[in-house]
Design a protein around this ligand. Structure first.
Ligand code: HQG
Length: 183
């Protein structure tokens, strides 16, 4: 039985995030254009690099990961990250009307750039937005004292900007111009 705070499981989750979002080539893995890795191949490649993992452990991670970062396909032969990629993958997310307001957690040092250029994707495929201030506070808190920006997503949507909701409920868009941000 793998326990929730099992350090090994956490370490594997982190590695899995890195491999499936940013750098599959690190272990010689190939993702398809939709970001899916073959589960058997992933397990074999992990093995080659001396990081043992089995299907049970993957199932546990998919099920219990704190942010539901990963998903299997229907027959569990493939696995992918739900969002957060820096490599180019087509997730085929459905365009969704956003909540009237969304939030973005960041830190003070980025504010002058954000005021000038809006929220940009930076190294990822999308700008990530949170449905509530509490989540945004956690996101910003990864980098220091969090600063929460309020996004007028309703107005953006009416102006034609597209929004997507990932499997794990992160709101994604391509750009948030500064005029839609309350600082
Ligand atoms: C900032 C985590 C300067 C932006 C979280 C952020 C999220 C700018 C950083 C997910 C800027 C990018 C994503 C501009 C944006 N000038 N800085 N114009 N526009 N920034 O990590 O949103 O745990 O790529 O404020 O929970 O922090 O990995 O984005 O600080 O959902 O699953 O540039 O990552 O999820 O950083 O986080 P990131 P993020 P996981």
């Amino acid at each position: 039985m793998i326990s929730k705070d099992n350090k090994i499981t956490k370490g594997i989750s982190k590695l899995l995030s890195y491999i499936l979002r940013h750098s599959p080539e690190t272990i010689g893995l190939k993702l398809d254009e939709n970001g899916w890795a073959d589960v058997d191949e992933l397990i074999a490649k992990f093995d080659l690099y001396d990081r043992r993992i089995d299907i049970e452990q993957l199932e546990y991670i998919v099920e219990n990961n704190d942010k539901k970062r990963f998903a299997f396909n229907a027959d569990k032969t493939k696995i992918r990250a739900n969002q957060g990629h820096s490599i180019s993958v087509e997730l085929n997310l459905n365009e969704t009307e956003p909540l009237a307001y969304l939030y973005h957690g960041t830190v003070e040092k980025f504010l002058s750039n954000i005021k000038a250029l809006g929220l940009q994707k930076m190294s990822r495929q999308h700008v990530h937005l949170s449905p509530d201030k509490e989540t945004a506070t956690k996101v910003g808190g990864r980098r220091g004292k969090p600063v929460i920006l309020t996004i007028d997503s309703g107005a953006m949507y009416r102006a034609g900007y597209k929004f997507y909701l990932s499997e794990n409920k992160v709101w994604l868009t391509d750009l948030v111009p500064a005029e839609y941000i309350t600082f």
